[in-house]
Write a protein that binds this ligand. Structure first.
Ligand SMILES: Nc1ncnc2c1ncn2[C@@H]1O[C@H](COP(=O)(O)OP(=O)(O)OP(=O)(O)O)[C@@H](O)[C@H]1O
Ligand SMILES: [Mg+2]
Length: 352
């Protein structure tokens, strides 16, 4: 059963619907629907203080995207959390099976979570097992029940969608990559740069090893241009996108460079963290996604700085689609921004 992957970002809500038939090398993936709509400014970043407007905006975005993509009613929705709405942490705990993991996790997780354990929903993914010491490393994901409940209520507001999956952005990003390169054993680094966040999902031999999120995205460039040149937000955004001439080219480039340096520093911290555990760790490639990956020269900037092959990650290049329904040039442009929603759209409806 297909689910619609909804990535509700602070800047834009994105939706992807796929049809997946067959398995392994026989698998056929077809793009069925795709859409994006801008979110009201600031609503998603004030989710904690003001849940009601965020819920209403999410519901409205999902409803309009469902219509826009001509997606039929009665579908299932997969959404993802990110940022301060959840905790994601790599922990070490005694060996158990994936089946038993949730039970053991609630006992283990208490010490890592700043909320009462009964107020959170916990999940985990086994990253690696050290048989010799009877220990395993697990990616612990915890979200406050209140936040998940808000998401479910937002889905209910659409009146046509049912909740199927609540994931996290960084793992949806990994799922996109894994779906396209299922047998990859590479040390790939996935970097999604949105409007307010940068997510790094660092893989070791094809599996997620370290996840890092920081609160700095492309909106910072827009804000800095707005402040520096005393222009409106719309003008600042147009300057950033190259749709309007900047008052000063050199100063604009300096503003962009400052923010790009922050993203590189986030990735450096991530690499330091991994190398503390695996000193010989060498990345094979860096894949950039998210709307801000469009920033001119960003690929070269990462490639030259880290001396690692860097590319734009576009999962839509790997699916079939009807050329009468979708414009190839548009899919090529929009694909990197759809990486999280793509990773959600490949999820199955869970029956347990
Ligand atoms: N051509 C472009 N050049 C530079 N920046 C761009 C371009 N196109 C889009 N962006 C920027 O991408 C950002 C939106 O990307 P995206 O949709 O991935 O963010 P989001 O998922 O809504 O945000 P977040 O994940 O941080 O909540 C905006 O800041 C927008 O200005
Ligand atoms: Mg995003």
């Amino acid at each position: 059963m297909s689910v619609i992957g909804f990535d509700i970002g602070t800047f834009a809500a994105k939706a992807v619907l796929l049809t997946i038939k067959g398995k392994g090398s026989q698998r056929q993936v077809t793009l069925n629907g795709l859409g994006m709509s801008q979110m009201p400014m600031g609503v998603m970043s004030q989710w904690e203080e003001q849940p009601q407007p965020a819920r209403t905006a999410m519901g409205a975005a999902m409803r309009s995207l469902t219509k826009l993509c001509k997606l039929s009613a009665g579908k299932f929705a997969a959404l993802s959390l990110s940022g301060d709405t959840m905790i994601i942490k790599k922990i070490t705990m005694p060996v158990t099976t994936q089946k038993e993991l949730r039970k053991s996790l609630s006992l283990e997780a208490e010490q890592y979570i700043p909320y009462p354990i009964n107020d959170v929903i916990i999940d985990g993914h086994i990253l690696g097992v050290d048989e010799r010491h009877g220990q395993m490393s697990v990616l612990l994901v915890a979200a406050r029940k209140e936040v998940v409940f808000n998401y479910i209520q937002a889905i209910a507001l659409t009146k046509t969608l049912k909740p199927a999956v609540i994931d996290v952005d960084a793992l949806a990003l990994y799922n996109s990559y894994d779906f396209i390169h299922p047998d990859s054993r590479e040390n790939a680094i996935l970097v999604d740069i949105g409007a307010t966040m940068v997510h790094v999902t660092l893989l070791h031999e094809g599996s997620p090893h370290t996840i890092k999120e920081e609160n700095i995205g492309g909106q910072r460039i827009t804000d800095d241009i707005e402040d520096h040149f005393e222009v409106t937000m719309e003008e600042a955004e147009a300057i950033k996108l190259g749709a309007m001439a900047p008052p000063n080219v050199v100063e604009t480039a300096e503003i962009v460079d400052r923010v790009v340096s922050n993203w590189k520093a986030t990735l450096e911290r991530c690499l330091d963290q991994v190398r503390a555990e695996i000193p010989e760790y060498k990345p094979h490639k860096i894949l950039l996604a998210g709307g801000s990956s469009h920033i001119l020269g960003l690929v070269e900037e990462f490639q030259n700085h880290f001396h690692v092959r860097t590319e734009i990650f576009n999962p839509l290049l790997y699916v079939k689609y009807n050329r009468k329904k979708f414009d190839p040039a548009y899919l090529e442009y929009i694909g990197p921004q759809m990486a999280v929603s793509f990773g959600l759209a490949i999820r199955k409806v869970e029956t347990t």
